[in-house]
Design a protein around this ligand. Structure first.
Ligand code: SF4
Length: 329
């Protein structure tokens, strides 16, 4: 495992039993994540994109150990943290923080900002009141909020300001990696760029690495060094961001990219047909999981599953049409 790797994920899976308790359907599982492997290097921003239900949020929550994996391994700086118990996990947990999608439900409405932002400090022992105020005021400034507002409650802030409070809370214990799960999708478009720029500035200031999860490639492309595309619980393409944007290989990646609205009315591209919804993860289709929606599917796609295969340097794709030249033009 290279020393530059901050996080390494090997063959990670998460299967949820269908139903619960007495009414659980025997043998039926929702296969949310199915054998995902990748690494995130120190200082890197790694993007995970895909439609709703592709397993990207479940994957992010496993990385910070909010969810227990069904199988596979998670390494932080070479240490296997997959099955550490609560107390053994504590020093690692401070290094791995998460920013949630919804800035409304992720902040306790009964707590003041100073309590919310400094809550993670209690994992290091009981901090004094003065220290909490000092840490919170400093972080408020760093995320572009007024330190004078420490005693306010979440409902007194706008959506964008609440997301900044969530970011300040994640930074409180000086993490090395932040998993940002759709951090701007609940915000007005006018605010999204501000929060993305803030995350970019904080990366430098706090020497951070990110796992940036989004359904929207146009958000991720501006802040990531590499992008992984997930479909039905698996990575179907992974590449450096620039290379991915200019020379994506998987038909699903092409469809996601070409779904991005273009501001230039003269910009004409041939849209890639993608019909139907994501298949049911309880009963995924045989062969390539994308074949029921793929405009290029042929016989082999319906029976044999393509594995993620390197085509050049760090670019890998799971598609039988992969010829190393880029298949969708
Ligand atoms: Fe489409 Fe076949 Fe490639 Fe799957 S393997 S993405 S169905 S062409």
């Amino acid at each position: 495992m290279p020393e530059s790797d901050l996080i390494t994920v090997k063959n990670l899976t998460k299967h949820f039993p269908l139903g619960g308790g007495l009414f659980a359907k025997p043998g039926a599982w929702v296969k949310a994540v199915n054998g995902v492997s990748f690494n995130v290097r120190k200082g890197e921003s790694f993007g995970i994109v895909g439609e709703s239900g592709c397993g990207k949020t479940t994957l992010g929550q496993m990385i910070v150990r909010l969810l227990e994996p069904t199988g596979g391994q998670i390494f932080f700086k070479g240490s296997d943290i997959t099955h550490l118990n609560r107390s053994m996990l504590r020093p690692f947990r401070q290094k791995l923080q998460i920013i949630f999608q919804d800035p409304y439900s992720s902040l306790d409405p009964r707590m003041t900002v100073v309590s919310i932002v400094t809550e993670p400090l209690f994992a290091q022992g009981k901090p004094s009141k003065d220290r909490r105020r000092q840490v919170a005021a400093d972080l408020m400034e760093k995320v572009g909020l007024r330190p004078d507002d420490l005693n306010k409650f979440p409902h007194e802030f706008s959506g964008g300001q609440r997301q900044r409070i969530g970011i300040a809370r994640a930074l409180c214990v000086r993490p090395e990696l932040i998993v940002a799960d759709e951090p701007v999708s609940a915000l007005d478009v006018s605010i999204q760029a501000q929060v993305i720029n803030l995350l970019g500035d904080l990366k430098e200031a706090f020497d951070l690495s990110y796992v940036f999860i989004s359904h929207d490639i146009s958000v991720v492309e501006h802040i990531t060094d590499r992008i992984a595309v997930m479909y039905l619980g698996a990575i179907v393409e992974i590449a450096p961001t620039g290379q991915f944007i200019s020379n994506r290989h998987h038909p699903y990646s092409a469809a996601l990219l070409e779904a991005i609205p273009q501001p230039d009315p003269h910009h004409r591209i041939r849209p890639v047909a993608m019909e139907g919804d994501v298949p049911n993860p309880i009963d995924p289709p045989p062969g390539c999981p994308f074949h029921p929606r793929c405009p290029h599917a042929f016989d082999r796609c319906r029976t044999d599953k393509p594995e993620l295969t390197h085509i050049i340097d760090e670019h890998a794709v799971a598609c039988w049409l992969n010829d190393g030249q880029g298949i969708i033009k």
